[in-house]
Ligand binder design. Sequence first.
Ligand SMILES: CCCCCCCCCCCCCCCC(=O)SCCNC(=O)CCNC(=O)[C@H](O)C(C)(C)COP(=O)(O)OP(=O)(O)OC[C@H]1O[C@@H](n2cnc3c(N)ncnc32)[C@H](O)[C@@H]1OP(=O)(O)O
Length: 171
Amino acid sequence: MESKSCRNSLAVKTSHVLPPDTNNHGTLFGGKLMAHIDDVSAIAAVRHARKLVVTASTDSVDFLEPVREGDSVCVEAFVTWTHTTSMEVFAKVVTENLLTGERKVCTTAFSTFVAIDEDGKPTAVPEVYPETDQEKELHRSAPERAEQRKQRRKNSKEMAATFGTVYPWNE
Ligand SMILES: CCCCCCCCCCCCCCCC(=O)SCCNC(=O)CCNC(=O)[C@H](O)C(C)(C)COP(=O)(O)OP(=O)(O)OC[C@H]1O[C@@H](n2cnc3c(N)ncnc32)[C@H](O)[C@@H]1OP(=O)(O)O
């Protein structure tokens, strides 16, 4: 499989922040922003793999700045690293006051997508290569993040196995 550049998968979406996506503080709901990130990141992953994908995990979503009603949010996402069937996608969100032009990086997030075949089984993806300094740094630091995810997944599975599936009202 021919390797592809990070830039090849770049996906970008700009949206206007309007009710009903804002809360009682007049700022964008975190969950709405996460949905934008998942949407754009999934497009980047499909663009890289040219296969169907599922979100396997999201490491963290850091809400660094509030996003105010009337502002725009621009989500940029691209594949930073791949293993056999999985792809790490980095997303950066910039909020802009459309009247003043002031922009801030309001959120960053790393997600992992897995390509699946017609039977829903994980299937191989092309490798990715970085070109810019930022892409190179994200690519270089990715294996360490992947290792942490592996450990977290193991811990989550072990914890899940200790919980029952009985609803509280049936106890
Ligand atoms: C009608 C027209 C259609 C047109 C079409 C156009 C496309 C238009 C785009 C739409 C885009 C939609 C995008 C929806 C995105 C969702 O919303 S999907 C819904 C939410 N996600 C899910 O339901 C996923 C549920 N989980 C699973 O299905 C399985 O656990 C997985 C993720 C497929 C893994 O399967 P598994 O059999 O456990 O596989 P396993 O061999 O252990 O691991 C396979 C790989 O996954 C990695 N992995 C597994 N779990 C994790 C984890 N928690 N964290 C990190 N990596 C993990 C492994 O490290 C491994 O990586 P590689 O070493 O192969 O690179």
